[in-house]
Design a protein around this ligand. Structure first.
Ligand code: GLU
Length: 316
């Protein structure tokens, strides 16, 4: 086992960076271009609040699908497990994250899980608030608190791009309206989903979300529990089985801890009782996962003995 240090992380980054070559940058995102392809950064924050960062860790990118973790926490808080999973399943899916066919061919009453687009749109519709602006405000306030970062904000450019490229998500949402899965205003649910995806974060912020999950849902400011342990258990289990798109099985085997990725190249990792991990690596594979970031996650797991299914249960 290697010792966690900034120097170790710098070496791990340089070992993993070549994997960016096999990925592509998602050019539908504003300011994402070829010059970003080789970026790779990581932050690890341990439960005793030591922070280790390396590589391009100061780069800000949109949350994209990593927002689905936050949305699920809030919906569980607002409605409880039974009602949330009445609207959305908890099973992994072999199809792509924006698959339409799964909505009709498997169970027309609900999408597979909260980590795919259809499921996340259904979950977004469950975040409480007096009006759409207030719902997003709640999301952002919660995010600021758990990352201990009041500067977090949504990028208007990313939000506009999400809307402009949202045909597929709109199709998913209207399909769910037709089957009665989505009973609230469809455009409002979509708008919140786009906004949630558009918040800009860097590795430290992603790592702080992971740390929140790893540290019993405690606020880094007050140390109060903001989300009860039974909901966190659910969120981490869903991340483990469905967080890395249709490569989740692969990551469960090769990394062995709950992760969630986004098509901006973001990854959140949570090792319960030990640390939160935040990675950015904008070159993604066909399934949506950062190629260099994924390689890094697997390397960290091996070198730092993070696999929860290992001999020590990832607790060494
Ligand atoms: N903008 C993407 C969408 O909703 C985010 C999905 C993702 O990161 O997986 O289609």
């Amino acid at each position: 086992m290697k010792e966690l240090s900034i120097q170790y992380l710098e070496e791990a980054i340089e070992d993993s960076r070549p994997f960016a070559a096999s990925g592509n940058v998602n050019m539908t995102l504003p300011n994402f271009d070829e010059t970003m392809k080789d970026l790779l950064g990581v932050s690890i924050i341990t439960t005793d609040l030591k922070c280790y960062s390396a590589g391009d860790h100061r780069q800000f990118i949109p949350m994209q699908s990593t927002s689905k973790v936050i949305g699920l926490m809030l919906a569980l808080q607002d409605f409880g497990k039974e009602r949330v999973f009445n609207a959305v399943g908890m099973e992994p899916m072999g199809d792509f994250f924006n698959s339409i066919s799964q909505l009709e061919s498997y169970d027309t009453s609900k999408p597979f899980n909260p980590m795919i687009n259809a499921g996340a749109i259904a979950v977004s519709a469950m975040i409480k608030g007096q009006n759409p602006a207030n719902r997003f405000e709640r999301y952002l306030t919660f995010l600021k608190e758990i990352t201990d970062n009041d500067d977090l904000a949504m990028s208007e450019d990313v939000y506009e791009a999400e809307k402009a490229n949202g045909a597929r998500n709109r199709a998913l949402a209207y399909f769910m309206q037709s089957t009665g899965t989505l009973v609230t205003d469809v455009e409002e649910a979509l708008d919140l989903y786009y906004r949630m995806n558009s918040v800009m974060m860097c590795c430290d912020d992603f790592a702080r979300v992971g740390l929140f999950l790893a540290r019993g849902g405690r606020s880094p400011r007050s140390d109060d529990r903001l989300i009860p342990p039974h909901h966190l258990r659910t969120v981490k289990a869903i991340m483990m089985t469905s967080g890395m798109y249709n490569s989740s099985g692969h990551y469960a085997v090769e990394a062995g801890f709950p992760c969630k990725s986004g098509v901006s190249g973001s990854i959140i990792g949570a090792i319960p009782g030990r640390m939160g991990i935040g990675v950015i690596g904008p070159a993604i594979d066909a399934k949506g996962n950062s190629t260099a970031g994924g390689a890094l996650i697997k390397k960290l797991s091996q070198d730092l003995d993070l696999n929860m299914f290992g001999e020590n249960g990832g607790l060494s």
